[in-house]
Every structure is written in C-alpha cells, then in structure tokens.
Write a protein that binds this ligand. Sequence first.
Ligand SMILES: C[S@@+](CC[C@H](N)C(=O)[O-])C[C@H]1O[C@@H](n2cnc3c(N)ncnc32)[C@H](O)[C@@H]1O
Length: 256
Amino acid sequence: MVIETGNSLTSQMIYLSIMCQKQDDFDEFKSHNDDVLLRSIAEDLRHFLPTNAMLASEHFAIQKLHQQTKPTVHIDAFLYDDDIIDTLCEEGKMSRNYCLTCGSHQTAPLEFISHSFSLMELKFLYRHVLPDLTGKMVVDIGSRLGAVLFGGYFYSSASQIYGVEMNADFCHLQEVIVAKYQLSERIKVLNADIRTQASLLQKADVVVMNNVFEYFLDKEEQARSWEFINQNIKKKGSLLVTVPSLGESLSDFQLF
Ligand SMILES: C[S@@+](CC[C@H](N)C(=O)[O-])C[C@H]1O[C@@H](n2cnc3c(N)ncnc32)[C@H](O)[C@@H]1O
C-alpha cells in the first residue's frame, strides 16, 4: 500500500514534470513563433515603403526633416533592426556616418530617428513593463505602421487593441497587414485625429504615445492635443506609456 502510494506519487510527479516540460516547450515555441510573425510583418511593410519609411503625404514631417541642423537619417526601428542596417551598410545602400570634409576620411556618426518602436522594445513593453492585459483595451495614439498594435497582439493578451492614426495612407498599410495575418478580432484601426476620439480614450486601460506629436504637428496643435489627452484619460487605474517621458514631452508647454 505504502509502495503503491509512493509509486503513484512518483508517477504523478513525473507526469507533472512532463506537463511542465511540455508547457515550457510550448511557451518557448509560441514566443519564437510570435517573433517570426512580427519579423514577417516588418518584411511585408518594408516592401511597401521607401527606406526612410516616410510617405509623400506626410507634409509637415518632411518639412521638419528639412529643418534638421544635424545630418539625420530616418530609419524605422520596427522595419530595420541592427542586423539589417549592418547588411545595408555593407552593401553600400546605407551609411552610419557622414563625411565631415568632402573627400577626406574624417567622418562623424549620423543622427538616427525612428518613428516606430523596435521589436525588442515592444517585447520589453508588453512582456515586462505592462501588467497582464487580459480583458483590457490598449489605444496607440498615432499608430503609423501598426508596430504597437501588432506587438500587442502577439506579446500581450489585450482583448481590444486600437490604433488611431491621422494619415490615411498609413491606416491603409495597417489594414493590409491586419487582413493578411487575420488580426481583426483584436485589432481595430481608426483613421482619425485623436482629438475626435474622446470616448475611446475614456475607455482605454493603456494609452501608448511614442513621440506622437513632435514631428507631426506645430507647437500650437501639440499643446491642444496634450490638453485633450489630459481631459480624456480618465479611467481609474489606466496606464499611460510615453516616449519621451511625460515630463520631457510637456516641458516646452505651459499646460494644465
Ligand atoms: C512616431 S509615430 C508613432 C508610431 C507608433 N505609435 C509606434 O510607436 O511604433 C507618430 C504617428 O502619430 C501620428 N499622429 C500625430 N498626431 C496625431 C493625431 N493628433 N492624431 C492621430 N495621429 C497622429 C503621425 O501621423 C505619426 O504617424
């Protein structure tokens, strides 16, 4: 009897350990699969866009780009990770440096600007920074290529993931990906200025704002947009993710 109990306990333990092993294997496989799918989405998007991932319809952003005093390259971190940039540099299709004195070997590093979170940043945000988002609603203000939406789909359990983007061409690109990868059950893309989306913001559990206004709106419009955000993120316990920090984002404005 004792032996029997011992046996069944041992076999239960072995069974449990096999279950855990299987669960670990499954989690590892799923995590790898999520990365592969996100890389595949990035590859698809690269085919639709020029290397700087900017569109002719981004009039204000292009104007701002021309006003930069330091030589700057726009490289979208979601589309191009460091390995891809290295390959492009090796192939002579891109450079990390610019020539200080034409014809000499004196060079200086170029300034890099990304308009999206990278895959690593998204993984860190959803897997390590934010709490479990089961049943929660995420709103990405200025969803551009959809990186935050696709990251939320694969790296979190958020049940509703909304992207609000004022540029119709970018919304179309996001829709193409949502349709191709069948993500529409949890992802919705709205072509709108965030200032028309009060009720959506009021319901959001997590609001993401990655460099959203600075390159795309003039100062007055930025100030009005921040006022609107302040008035409409109301839900108790809701979380606001900003890059740069909220303090830095608001330092140029006299608000609230
Ligand atoms: C830096 S991108 C953010 C990309 C994306 N959220 C990410 O992290 O990968 C900012 C985007 O915000 C959009 N945008 C700026 N102001 C907006 C507004 N008031 N309403 C909606 N979209 C806006 C711009 O068109 C641009 O595509």
